[in-house]
Design a protein. Structure first.
Lengths: 651, 499
């Protein structure tokens, strides 16, 4: 098994190296064959790992591959921890990645950077697998930063586009802000728990409860809370939680396949995965959990609201991703880690589907992304239409679709949670359901229904893209429908994750839900008794009424409540604030420190000042050197006398 | 076989041979000398016993017996990696100068060979006066390199460089003579064992501090470095950043800390403060640069902040008497060492990258570039890789040292780690912002449009460095392993009071 686990991430790495270094020699077709073969192998091995781990007497695999470094008696290792949490992530990552690889053949067909693109997405698959398979914090951080690197490279894939190279720098830096917190969290783990290995850290963690540290002198903070919040700041960066969410919408400047793979299905869920993995730590700090809960619910609600006013097809889906990541974070905060991972899984499929469908529309319309210039596409692209509908229904949580189960589980979990902030979170996630349904169907109707609003030329050439594009859509649509019903029982209530996720008994909301769980069908029926379902339907109906029946309402609303509209359109001013205060501020501080500190004070005053001073003194001293021998002789005699008197008087 | 002497004199005498080899043959001769010296240093690595903290490959010949001065050499776990780095960078330097320097190439190559020998001497000398002579002598070839092949303001830069570093080392010489006065020996090992009063320790600490703080350099005595880098020819910058700065860090480890441990402890707050200023303040200053070489020079200073932080943080860590503190203190020191070696590869690579495009465009201004990736895709790939390493991306050697030092400083104080970790943001900001402005975007002007991609020589040069950066990023163990015994011994020695 060890070999299999090693080969799983190495196979896509091989593909990446082959395409990256030998892409030109291999040619396009061979390049994508190699890359796809690599990911296919990883997918196959992940499936085997899944099956093995699903076995009743399956043992968790936790082994070191090699010792990276030993320093000061602390071992830094590269090793794999494969348990049920890991295999779920591995399967999600490799299956979505495989679909995206295939889809890319069609989407990037005419791009000059074809091989480079395959190299990057294969490299991403490698990095993401290293992240989820890590058995220690060091490797986790490696994977964490490596996926950030690939994200940087892919957002800036079209490096001539000014917006793209702005977005990728922004994405990297905002992520680095998160990583800054994450690294401090890792340092806290090492210093207080004495190891970076998960198993050892989790074993040592309970002993740390009650210990405090003084971050601000005189104020004692719980070590556990500080550690968990620092780690979570990392998750906020990667999983784009308020206020570190600002990079994700801009990341849509990259090619669509990566928006699906990296910025919807996998990389952005790394933060969710990390917190779930760290459940033994987070369970020990209720303050940290409340923090997670509040941040998550704010993200879920506020980002969904922005989605309403977006007109770029990819940005609508991007804000929807932000909002859904908020839901997952809420689940983490409510200690329903299983529900978070469950939603992560279903979301990966239906959101990848929605992105790839959006990509399909974009190709058909020759890279038009404005939904105001679409409409009526249903008759031109039936496969895209039906798969989009499935994705949308899954997203809004239509009963029976996979999103319904995962989202309902989260809402119910928050409803039952006793943790501080849970009631606030409950309101946020419920409102979020309405908003999700509204913006999702707004987009759906504007794109596929109503009159066609594109120009004649585009309309005449509008057709369903080739099979490499539509087949992945269909393959992703299947899990979007059935995966939830199939897996809710075992995954949420069947103790599926075993020891991989640990929940303190007093936080265990999923167990409470599980007590009333009697099969998926019953769960659907129960859904009819909760407000969430009706809110979702109301949202969909509202979208239908406003955007198809009475299109005037939207504009009327925008004018009547222009303040609200403006706030949403400006995305609450986060971008402007960051641009002005952080980016601008940093540039100004930098300039001042350099021009005043280095140039004026140190160089001007101290260095050149000293030089000038010496120049002055030497001018004076120079007058002593007259060149007359008797002057020098006289000086020597005086000196001799002085020395003599010193010796005589001191003796 | 006295391998250390062989390396030192092979390169110094080899340098003279290069000088007389003539325009045609000087390249081949210097490459031969450089490769031979590197192979000899490999012999050091494979013959090195990492289980002991004692000096190895020892050689001692009386030199000036009347003054107790010996020609004595030897290496331990902190000298070995630095010597390996020196001989490796020397090869890169020869490759980089192969076709670029037009006037007086033999002298240019000879200066680098001689400098390599002198720098190996600095790291290998176990006699204080021998160390001092090598330490000072390295200034001469560098003075020539900047003064003869430098840019338009080379006179200002060389004088500033020379005065700054020379002034610094004069104080060191006074301290060395004082120490000899007390111990009757110039052996550094004897200085280590010599009891010293608190007052004497403080004075000696500052004497060494001035010498090494200027060299490494620390804030606020750093301003000679950006000027020297800007004016130096490419290979000069590479050696300056890759190796000469490390002589300062090495000095702290070899002299300051073990000779005056109590003063080092009392003044560790100052060292930590200056190190953190280097990381944060200089990080910001780097952001404001419009000249690529200046930016990388400031980035070097900021990275050197981690070296001094990693060293002196041990006093903050050891202030509580927990048993695991010793381990974490060692990690900080080893982190400082790793940072020195890794920075040797990365800063050399960054300067050589700038050199590659400077040779084509004859400008270092970021504003003159833009969209270089369109015409030089292979070069761009290298530069992005090295930029990421400079920003401390895991998987590159740039991550290892910073990671270790940040982890260790958390033990001393949350805020030390907090300020040190700002490099994650600042380092990425100044490096990648430069990358964005130089490499990405549409082709900025016709000069950029006319660029040709790296040739084989440049590819080999950058690939060698990239291989090192990647290798030690994925597996730093071979580098760290040789240091353990020495560092462990050092921590023990430094925590034992001399009072």
């Amino acid at each position: 098994m060890k070999l299999l686990y090693i080969l799983t991430p190495l196979a896509p790495l091989f593909g990446a190296i082959a395409c990256g270094f030998f892409g030109r020699k291999l040619g396009r077709t061979n390049s994508h064959r190699v890359a796809i073969a690599g990911v296919a192998v990883a997918f196959l091995f992940s499936l085997i790992a899944l099956i093995v781990q699903m076995g009743d007497d399956a043992k968790v695999f936790n082994e070191t591959i090699y010792t990276w470094m030993v320093s000061g008696g602390i071992k830094f290792e590269v090793g794999f921890l494969v348990d049920r949490l890991t295999v779920v992530m591995m399967t999600v990552v490799t299956s979505v990645s495989l679909m995206v690889h295939i889809y890319t053949i069609g989407y990037m067909h005419d791009d000059p950077g074809y091989q480079r693109f395959f190299s990057y997405i294969s490299l991403f698959t490698f990095a993401m697998l290293m992240l989820v398979m890590a058995n220690n914090f060091m490797q986790l951080f490696f994977g964490w930063e490596a996926v950030g690197l690939v994200s940087y490279l892919l957002i800036g894939f079209w490096y001539k586009k000014p917006t793209a190279i702005f977005a990728n720098l922004k994405a990297f830096l905002v992520n680095r802000v998160g990583d800054f917190g994450f690294l401090l969290g890792i340092a806290a783990v090492l210093v207080y728990m004495g190891s970076l290995n998960y198993t050892e850290v989790f074993a040592a963690a309970p002993a740390v409860v009650g210990q405090s540290m003084e971050v601000i002198p005189g104020v004692a903070w719980s070590v556990m809370t500080v550690t968990c919040i620092c780690l979570f700041i990392g998750a906020m960066g990667k999983s784009a939680q308020i206020p570190l969410h600002v990079w994700l919408p801009d990341s849509m400047e990259g090619p669509t396949p990566i928006s699906a793979l990296i910025h919807a299905a996998t990389m952005v869920t790394a933060g969710i995965f990390m917190v779930a993995r760290m459940s033994p730590l987070f369970e020990l700090s209720e303050t940290a959990l409340s923090f997670v809960l509040i941040i998550g619910s704010l993200t879920a609600l506020l980002m969904g609201l922005i989605g309403i006013v977006q007109n770029d097809i990819k940005r609508v889906v991007a804000y929807s991703t932000l909002s859904q990541l908020g839901y997952m974070t809420v689940a983490l905060g409510a200690s329903a880690y299983g529900a978070a991972i469950f939603h992560l899984m279903t979301h990966a499929f239906f959101k990848a589907l929605l992105f790839l469908a959006a990509g399909s529309v974009i190709i058909a319309l020759h890279h038009e992304q404005d939904i105001r210039k679409m409409g009526g596409l249903k008759k031109y692209m039936p496969v895209t239409y039906w798969t989009s509908l499935i994705g949308t229904l899954a997203l809004i949580g239509f009963p029976g679709f996979s999103g319904f189960f995962s989202k309902d589980a989260i809402i119910e979990a928050v409803h039952h949670s006793q943790i501080t902030g849970a009631s606030f979170a409950y309101v946020c996630v419920l409102l979020g359901v309405f908003i999700t349904a509204y913006y999702s169907f707004r987009m759906f109707f504007l794109v596929f229904h109503g009159e066609t609003r594109m120009d004649d030329h585009t309309r005449d050439h509008c057709h369903e893209p080739p099979r490499v594009v539509t087949v992945p859509l269909i393959l992703l649509a299947i899990p979007s429908v059935i995966l939830g019903a199939m897996t809710i029982g075992p995954m949420l209530f069947g103790g599926f994750f075993g020891d991989a996720i640990q929940v303190a008994p007093e936080h265990d909301v999923l167990a409470e839900l599980g007590a009333g769980y009697h099969g998926a069908f019953q769960f659907v029926l129960h859904g009819f008794k909760t407000p969430a379902l009706y809110l979702a339907l109301a949202g969909a109906v509202a979208a239908w009424f406003i955007h198809l029946q009475k299109p005037g309402i939207a504009t009327w609303f925008a004018e009547k409540f222009s303040v609200v509209h403006r706030i949403l359109d400006n995305k609450y001013g986060f971008d402007a604030f960051n641009e002005k205060v952080f980016a601008g501020g940093a540039r100004q501080v930098a300039d001042r420190l350099w021009k005043v500190g280095d140039v004026k004070l140190i160089d001007g005053l101290m260095v050149n000042g000293t030089a000038n001073g010496i120049g002055l003194i030497s001018n004076i001293v120079r007058t002593l050197q007259t060149g007359y021998l008797f002057h020098y002789a006289f000086a020597m005699i005086v000196g001799l006398l002085a020395l003599l008197s010193v010796f005589i008087f001191s003796a | 076989m006295p391998i250390l002497s062989i390396i030192i004199w092979l390169t110094i005498l080899g340098g003279f041979a290069v000088l007389f080899a003539g325009e045609e043959r000087c390249r081949g001769v210097s490459l031969f000398v450089a490769v031979l010296a590197f192979l000899a240093s490999l012999r050091l690595y494979f013959g090195f016993d990492s289980g002991t903290a004692d000096m190895q490959f020892v050689q001692q010949v009386p030199w000036l017996p009347a003054f107790d001065i010996n020609y004595s050499l030897g290496i331990d776990g902190i000298a070995l990696p630095l010597i390996m780095l020196t001989t490796f960078i020397n090869i890169i330097v020869v490759i980089s100068a192969w076709r670029v320097i037009e006037d007086n190439l033999p002298l240019y190559l000879a200066a680098f060979q001689i400098m390599t020998g002198l720098m190996v001497g600095v790291f290998a000398a176990t006699d204080a006066i021998l160390f001092y002579i090598f330490f000072e002598a390295t200034l001469l070839p560098m003075f020539l390199i900047i003064g003869l092949w430098g840019g338009p303001r080379r006179v200002y830069a060389t004088i500033k460089f020379f005065l700054y570093t020379f002034l610094g080392s004069v104080f060191m010489l006074v301290a060395l003579i004082y120490l000899h006065h007390g111990s009757g020996s110039f052996a550094i090992a004897d200085f280590h064992q010599m009891p010293l009063t608190s007052g004497a320790q403080t004075l000696i600490f500052f004497a060494f501090f001035i010498a090494f703080a200027v060299k490494i350099p620390m804030w606020p005595v750093h301003t000679w470095l950006p000027d020297a880098h800007v004016e130096a020819p490419t290979a000069g910058s590479a050696v300056l950043a890759a190796i000469m700065l490390k002589m300062g860090g090495y000095g702290f480890l070899r002299f300051s800390m073990p000779i005056v441990p109590d003063a080092s402890m009392q003044l560790s707050w100052l060292m930590i403060l200056l190190s953190l200023i280097a990381v944060v303040y200089i990080g910001f200053v780097a952001l404001a640069q419009s000249d690529m070489k200046k930016l990388i020079a400031y980035s070097s200073i900021s990275h050197m902040g981690f070296v001094t932080l990693g060293m002196f943080i041990m006093f903050g860590i050891m202030s509580d008497a927990e048993p695991e503190s010793v381990g974490i203190a060692q990690m900080g020191l080893e982190g400082a060492m790793v940072q020195m070696i890794s920075h040797g590869f990365i800063s050399a690579a960054m300067f050589l990258c700038v050199g590659v495009i400077y040779d084509r465009m004859h400008t270092r201004q970021i504003a003159d570039y833009g969209g270089v990736v369109n015409t030089m895709p292979v070069f761009a790939a290298f530069m992005v890789f090295f930029a990421m390493a400079n920003a401390g991306l895991p998987g590159t050697s740039g991550f290892v040292g910073e990671f270790m030092v940040i982890l260790a400083s958390f033990k001393a104080s949350f805020w030390f780690a907090f300020l040190a970790a700002t490099t994650l943001i600042l380092g990425a900001a100044y490096t990648l912002w430069m990358v964005k402005r130089v490499l990405f975007g549409e082709v900025a002007n016709e000069n950029v449009a006319a660029l040709t991609d790296v040739d084989n020589r440049e590819t080999i040069m950058l690939a060698l460095l990239a291989a090192m950066v990647l290798f030690f990023g994925l597996w730093p163990q071979p580098m760290v392993d040789v240091m353990h015994a020495t560092i462990e011994n050092l921590v023990q020695h430094v925590t034992t009071s001399k009072l």
